[in-house]
Write a protein that binds this ligand. Structure first.
Ligand SMILES: *[C@@H]1O[C@H](CO)[C@@H](O)[C@H](O)[C@H]1NC(C)=O
Ligand SMILES: *[C@@H]1O[C@H](CO)[C@@H](O)[C@H](O)[C@H]1NC(C)=O
Ligand SMILES: *[C@@H]1O[C@H](CO)[C@@H](O)[C@H](O)[C@H]1NC(C)=O
Ligand SMILES: *[C@@H]1O[C@H](CO)[C@@H](O)[C@H](O)[C@H]1NC(C)=O
Ligand SMILES: *[C@@H]1O[C@H](CO)[C@@H](O)[C@H](O)[C@H]1NC(C)=O
Length: 415
């Protein structure tokens, strides 16, 4: 259109010049031609400047659009789609990073560190797929969740335990937020720390840490069973034994019982009514083992948590009652009501017994492993405990010495 006008204009101009040249003197004609040429150049200059300006504005608009929607796979919004003119320019942002469409990164994040708040994390972890069957070959894993102050004093024993089973477990470490200790890249604990907060013994922050661990572990859809362990825990059997024990079980292992004494029912607070009644009130070891279904229920709980946080205060210890009571209320049919972590409460006092270097020998560990008066999938007489606590750091040396023979860490062992 513009070009057509221009051509017509130039044609008209030249015929006018020729007509004038014929009619007037050569001087006047030369003057007219000069003026016309100058006029044409001026017009051309303006056209070029205008074109450059318009071009600049358009490219700036495209840059802004990419800035607002950096990895957007689809066009940002339908009103923008009206500008189909530019669609061929904005499309290159498709597939630039590729991470959004990669199912692997979604179902099993490789990087466990994140900047989500606890509220955001619980919400994200509470999601359950609507389609039950997994669209990929899923290798179910055990999630080992360690609640620790800093580095694990018995880490070498655990390294031995995990060795050779890389694709069957994941590790999550909740430490003091001040801890900057990072093990060597060859360690199974390398980069397995989750964003942690301060934990106080016997307080709600302890339960927060447990839920934080569960939520982080739930983000990986390969994790099927979730084991909470302390820095003073040791495994009593080798990895294949523990794996098959838990995966072949129909139940979770959360200690949950009704303790009629002052250390049980005595800790119930009337203000918990009506959310929790005295007949709902349970006690149990904080060191639980749960399946995925129960784990989701624990991180999704917004009903019981605030009640216990507000009304379970010393001498009520929230970590001994929260999960035990919650599971009895929301998943009693899924629970065995016993813990698989052995602990010695035979001595009086608020803390269980700690074992030192001198206490650890083959005979002692054999005794813990030999307890078989437990029910497993409804059948009596199976292994009771898979883990034990509390083992002081000084027990590492004797434990390492007897580990390969007694615990059979490099041989597969049937139950
Ligand atoms: C962490 O460090 C801060 C300041 O460095 C200190 O005030 C706080 O007590 C430390 N917390 C723990 C749990 O060590
Ligand atoms: C565990 O205890 C609950 C009551 O809290 C009960 O309903 C359930 O049957 C018990 N489970 C087993 C396996 O005994
Ligand atoms: C197994 O039996 C021993 C001794 O009879 C008892 O001390 C222990 O509590 C029992 N364990 C379980 C889980 O019932
Ligand atoms: C455990 O689950 C299996 C498979 O679902 C089932 O065959 C078995 O009867 C269950 N056992 C008990 C004790 O519920
Ligand atoms: C354990 O592993 C070591 C070396 O890897 C090997 O020499 C030893 O025979 C193994 N023990 C058993 C019982 O398999």
């Amino acid at each position: 259109m513009a070009r057509h006008c221009k051509i017509a204009f130039v044609r008209e101009l030249s015929s006018w010049i020729q007509k004038n040249a014929r009619e007037n003197s050569p001087q006047t004609a030369t003057f007219h031609v000069t003026i016309t040429i100058i006029f044409c150049f001026t017009v051309a200059f303006f056209v070029i400047v205008l074109a450059m300006f318009v071009n600049h504005r358009i490219s700036k608009m495209m840059v802004l659009e990419e800035y607002y929607y950096p990895n957007q796979l689809v066009s940002p919004c339908s009103p923008c789609n009206a500008g189909r003119l530019f669609s061929d320019i904005s499309v290159p942002s498709i597939g630039r990073s590729g991470t959004r469409t990669d199912l692997k990164e979604w179902i099993a994040p490789t990087e466990i560190w994140h900047s989500m708040s606890d509220g955001e994390l619980m919400w994200r972890a509470s999601m359950v797929p609507g389609i039950v069957a997994y669209p990929y070959d899923r290798r179910a894993k055990l999630a080992f969740m360690f609640l620790s102050r800093g580095r694990l004093p018995l880490a070498p024993l655990w390294e031995l335990f995990f060795k050779g089973h890389d694709d069957l477990f994941t590790i999550y470490l909740h430490t003091s937020p001040n801890s900057t200790d990072e093990p060597l890249p060859s360690s199974v604990f390398y980069k397995r720390r989750i964003p942690s907060k301060v934990v106080e013994w016997g307080k709600a922050t302890m339960v927060d840490a447990e839920r934080r661990l569960l939520a982080n572990a739930l983000l990986d859809f390969s994790n099927e069973r979730f084991i909470l362990l302390s820095e003073a825990c040791i495994p009593l059997f080798n990895f294949p034994t523990i794996y098959s024990y838990l995966f072949n079980s129909n139940h979770s292992y959360v200690g949950s019982f009704d303790d009629p004494r002052s250390t049980g029912r005595g800790r119930y607070n009337m203000r918990m009514w009506p959310t929790i009644s005295i007949s709902d009130w349970r006690k149990g070891s904080q060191w639980f083992e749960v399946g995925r279904k129960l784990a989701v229920r624990i991180v999704s709980d917004i009903e019981f948590y605030p009640v216990l946080r507000d009304h379970c205060r010393r001498p009520c210890y929230m970590d001994e009652h929260y999960v035990a009571t919650l599971v009895a209320k929301l998943g009693a049919d899924l629970n065995s009501n016993r813990s698989v972590t052995w602990v010695d409460w035979s001595r009086p006092g608020p803390h269980p017994a700690t074992f030192w270097r001198k206490d650890v020998n083959e005979e002692f560990l054999s005794r813990l492993r030999a307890q078989r008066n437990c029910s497993y999938n409804g059948i009596e007489g199976s292994i009771c405990f898979l883990f034990a606590r509390k083992f002081h750091a000084s027990t590492l040396q004797p434990l390492m010495r007897i580990a390969s023979s007694l615990l059979g860490f490099n041989e597969s062992q049937a139950i």
